[in-house]
Design a protein around this ligand. Structure first.
Ligand code: 13P
Length: 335
C-alpha cells in the first residue's frame, strides 16, 4: 500500500465542503439512546436505524465518509447489500471504529485508557476485506479536580499513535480522536489549556511512531466551557478559543480537522463550526469540518421512534442536519 493511497483517501474525506457521519455507536451506547425513546434495544432495531441512515436520499451531497461499528459493517440492507457496499455505491467512503472502548486506567480514579491494540493488525485486515478505507479510535480525557493527569494524557496519546501507525500499514486512513469531555463545571479557559496540552502530546507521539501526517485526519473536541459551568461563552468566544489552540498544535501537513459534537445541541454545533470557518478560513491550513454523531442523528432519532411509518421524515431531518453542517463548513450556515 502506498503513501499516495492514504493521502488520496484523506483528501477525498475532506473534499467538497463535506463532512463525516459518525454512526459507530457501540451497542451499549446505541441501546441507551434507544431506551430513552422506548425503541427496542435489539440487533434488528439497530439494523433498521442504520438502514434508515445509509439509505437516506441525498446523504452523499453533504457526507464524504461514514464510520460504522463492528456489528453494522457485518449487517446488510433489507435488499441484502452489506452496509459498507451500500455506502460505497452511494459515493460515501466506508470507515470503521476499531477501538474496544475506554477502560478504567489503573491507579488513576476517574480516568480511562482506550484499549484495542492487541490483534488490531488482524482486525484491520478483515475490515479492509469488508470495504473499510478509514478507521477511528477515540481516547477520552476528563477534566476535574486534579484531572487530567499527565499519565492519562500520555497513555492515550501513545495508544492513538500506535493505532494510527497500524492503520497506515494496512492502507487505512486513521482518524485520531482525542476527546476532552465537556462534562463538569470547568471554564472555557481550562478546556482550552487541556485541549492544547493533549493535542501537543498526540502529535509528539504520532511523530514518534512515524505516522504520515498527510494520510490522517484529526477528530478533536471543540474548546467549550463545561456543561455544568455557570458561564456559557458566546459562539464567537468558542470559535476563537478553538481555532487558536488548533493553530498552535496541529501541523499544516494534516489535511483535515473534523470535530466530534460531544453533547452540544445540533444547532450550537453547526453555529460554532460556521463561526470558525467565517472568521478564520484564510488562516487555517487544514479543512475544518465535522464528524458528528449526536448533533446530526439525534433530531432524526427523535422523529423515527422505531416506527417504519416515520422513516421518510427522519431521513429528511438527518439530511437537513448534514446539509446545515456542510453549509457551516463553507461559512454559509444561518441558524
Ligand atoms: P458525538 O458527535 O456524538 O460526540 O460523537 C462523535 C463520535 O464519534 C464519538 O466518538
Amino acid at each position: 500500500m502506498t503513501a499516495q493511497t492514504l493521502i488520496d483517501t484523506a483528501q477525498a474525506l475532506v473534499a467538497g465542503d463535506k463532512g463525516l457521519l459518525a454512526m459507530d455507536e457501540s451497542n451499549a451506547t446505541c441501546n441507551k439512546r434507544f431506551a430513552a425513546l422506548n425503541i427496542p434495544q435489539t440487533e434488528s432495531a439497530r439494523r433498521d436505524w442504520r438502514e434508515l441512515i445509509v439509505t437516506a436520499p441525498g446523504l452523499a451531497d453533504s457526507i464524504s465518509g461514514a464510520i460504522l461499528f463492528d456489528e453494522t459493517i457485518r449487517q446488510t440492507t433489507n435488499a441484502g447489500k452489506p452496509f459498507a457496499k451500500a455506502l460505497a455505491d452511494a459515493g460515501i467512503i466506508p470507515g470503521i471504529k476499531v477501538d474496544m472502548g475506554a477502560k478504567p486506567l489503573a491507579g488513576h480514579p476517574g480516568e480511562t485508557v482506550t484499549e484495542g491494540l492487541d490483534g488490531l493488525r488482524e482486525r484491520l485486515s478483515e475490515y479492509v476485506g469488508m470495504g473499510a478505507r478509514f478507521a477511528k479510535w477515540r481516547g477520552v480525557i476528563a477534566i476535574g479536580d486534579g484531572l487530567p493527569t499527565r499519565a492519562c494524557i500520555d497513555v492515550n496519546a501513545h495508544a492513538l499513535a500506535r493505532y494510527a501507525a497500524l492503520c497506515q500499514e494496512a492502507g487505512v486512513v486513521p482518524i485520531v480522536e482525542p476527546e476532552v469531555l465537556m462534562d463538569g463545571g470547568h471554564s472555557l479557559a481550562r478546556c482550552a489549556e487541556v485541549t492544547e496540552e493533549v493535542l501537543r502530546e498526540v502529535f509528539v507521539q504520532l511523530n514518534a511512531q512515524g505516522v504520515l501526517l498527510e494520510g490522517m485526519l484529526l477528530k478533536p473536541n471543540m474548546v467549550l466551557p463545561g456543561q455544568g459551568s455557570q458561564t456559557q461563552d458566546s459562539v464567537d468566544a468558542v470559535a476563537d478559543a478553538t481555532v487558536t489552540r488548533l493553530l498552535r498544535t496541529v501541523p499544516a501537513a494534516v489535511p483535515g480537522v473534523a470535530f466530534l459534537s460531544g453533547g452540544q445541541s445540533a444547532q450550537l454545533a453547526s453555529a460554532r463550526l460556521n463561526a470558525m470557518n467565517v472568521k478564520f478560513k484564510s488562516r487555517m491550513p487544514w479543512a475544518l469540518t465535522f464528524s458528528f454523531s449526536r448533533a446530526v442523528q439525534q433530531p432524526a432519532l427523535d422523529l423515527w421512534k422505531g416506527q417504519a411509518a416515520n422513516v421518510a421524515e427522519a431521513q429528511k431531518a438527518l439530511v437537513f442536519r448534514t446539509g446545515c453542517n456542510k453549509a457551516a463548513r463553507g461559512g454559509r450556515y444561518d441558524a
